[in-house]
Design a protein around this ligand. Sequence first.
Ligand SMILES: [Fe+2]
Length: 318
Amino acid sequence: MRYPLAPLYCRPWTLNGISPRLIESHYENNYGAALNRLNVLSEEIEQLDLGKTSDQALVRLKRDEAAALNSTLLHELYFASLGGDGRALPDAVANAIVKDFGSVDRWRQEFVGIANGLAGGSGWVLLTYVPRDGRLVNQIASDHDQSIAGGVPILALDMYEHAYHLEFGANASAYVAAFMRNIDWSAVKLRYEDAIKVKPPRPLEQPEFADVPSISAEEVRELLNSGTPVQIIDTRPKHYTSKAQDIMRGAVWRDPERLDEWIGTLSKTEPVVTFCVYGFHIGCGTASPLRKAGFDARYMAGGHFAWKALKGPVRLFE
Ligand SMILES: [Fe+2]
């Protein structure tokens, strides 16, 4: 597959303090080289006789291809980040930045701080939308790498020396300031609007338990930390507990097969949280009859291992 060239997005003669000469050299020599490298590498990979290629050789080529692809994509985003006056942030972007960074000033301080910190080294500074959390983060991408999986970068600052040395010499901070003065926020806004249409990764769905409410392990931790009375019942199956070594602190184990025997020991005035090993069937399956019996019962999503992954306290299980 051939990756097509993208025309220059910004109009170089309109930039303030970044000359057409710098943009031309950058576009022609660095963006162009990345795209050409990408096409050479992808063609080379396509033509490999995989039966005769070592896995290591394939890994090297795929690594180089990923770096060239990211360099291509990020350069296109960089050129598309320039061309505005850097000042007026459209409301949609400003509100999102305030939500995720506290204020536009704080975002700017962080973004510029990262850029200045990279001066003399190299890498990208990106403002990236993360669909999983519906939030924006500033990130570094060194070696055209380390992109956030599933993230959609909407603003890019190139901190490789080739992006400024020709004109700014070693004065990277003057280059960063010039970049900030030229951000095209209206284009960032359009990209932000596109980015937020990207759906987060699909959550775990258990339609058979759709009417049984869950509680996250984080929320259970909050309940315990705040001293809220709650009855936590570990309903991991008996065969499983014979090899289990630990149990959530604050939980009691009850055999899910013998619900009838222990349901009478529960209080109806305190909420009940049940959980199993991973939060699939047994935790939900126990919460359901408890609710039918009039208890305020929920199952803890992710079960015992969600608690462990949060480094929630456990005790020895005997
Ligand atoms: Fe570059």
